[in-house]
Design a protein around this ligand. Sequence first.
Ligand SMILES: [Zn+2]
Length: 480
Amino acid sequence: MTLTLTNTLSRAKESLPAPGERPIQLYTCGPTVYNHVHIGNWRAFVFYDVLRRSLEWLGYEVRHVMNLTDVDDKTIRGSREAGQSLREFTDRYTQFFLEDLDELRILHPHAMPRATDAIDSMVALVKRLEAKGLAYQSDDGSYYFKISGFENYGQLAHLDVDTLRAGAGGRVAADEYEKDDVTDFALWKAWSEEDGDVFWETELGKGRPGWHLECSALAMEHLSESIDIHAGGIDLVFPHHENEIAQAEAATGKVFSKFWVHNEHLMVGGKKMSKSLKNFFTFRELQEVAGATGREVRYALLTGHYSKKLNLQVTYEGEGEERRPVLFDSIEAARSAIHRLDEFRRGLTIRGGGPVGDGARALVEGYQAAIRAAIADDLNVPAALGKLFELVTDVNKLPDFDEEFGRFVVSVLDDVDQVLGVLKPEADAGLTPEDQALFTAWGAAREAKDWAGADTIRAQLKEHGIQVQARKGESTWSRI
Ligand SMILES: [Zn+2]
């Protein structure tokens, strides 16, 4: 099935070509590994994951590449403050990031190259731009991109560059800047005191790459000069993505990416995240203060369409310094939705009624098709979740069904979960004390050759969603 996406270039929904022979080349902007990733950025990483999973679910082959920004203004500042080498400092935060990816059930991209592993590609790209007269060296030895030489500058952010540049025409060295500063930007920064021991001796002189350069170079190195989809958070449209397009397209003369897709901001407690409002959380802080699991946070982040702002609802008490969160409403809601889904799944495995008619099967298949259609239509995950809960309600209304039908519905849940990644119960969670006692009693009954007693306990555990097995004298359990 063909996927449609809202393309930031056109501000309209556009269809990808139907799944074919060639894999879809997907590039997404990765984290800057200088601190724990905040929950707003996790919205982006969950969005990329849903995008990649949806493509695969709809029949596309995908190659997904995401960079790790391990050299820029922020990582250098952070490593110096920590008194660590850049590599030591960024490796630590990369490790945290990878652990959190797993907690949030995010599939690892096929490649996650570090910026510092691609210095040669970046230097080559600057040389290519220089040869075309689109990069020039300033007095301090840094290289800048000449935006007046690239006619299409501003196409993604829909900027009227001529108006913005009136009275400007200077240069900006910082990695991050505002639209008012639309001007020539740094490709390569000549070494300065603040860089300490972070520099490379290259054809461009002693220095380091600018942030924007790395994504153009890595996408071209690991995918190709003309990719299918580039994704990122909405805050990256300008200047980062605008600059990526300029660097790549000015060098190659080809369309850098056919699709640009962006996820909107995450609000917390109805406001933009900020430390002073005490609504700024990393995933790890949410685990700590809200007792949230990765599965719950993922679910909460799936409840809004990517192109719309999403509010993580939190109830606060007090004012000013006293202000503190007292209830994480969205996490609570996610928890109860997950509980309902888990109970539903468990119920499917313990029904022992008679066969159902064709109507019930067709009903479930209808929901499965509706969920597929919702995902294919611009990744409408909230609509897909709505259909999923309608399925739950309708199946729960069936007076009776046999094990075969139960297994069929579980297979539909597993199918849909290829995109959602939240329906499988925690695989590694241990047994509750009650279930542990039953499991021990089951082993003891078997040892005593009390087969009837063992069968009764086995049935009890099955009702709790636990399957027990005795193999080669060893008792094991697994979740159904
Ligand atoms: Zn990027």
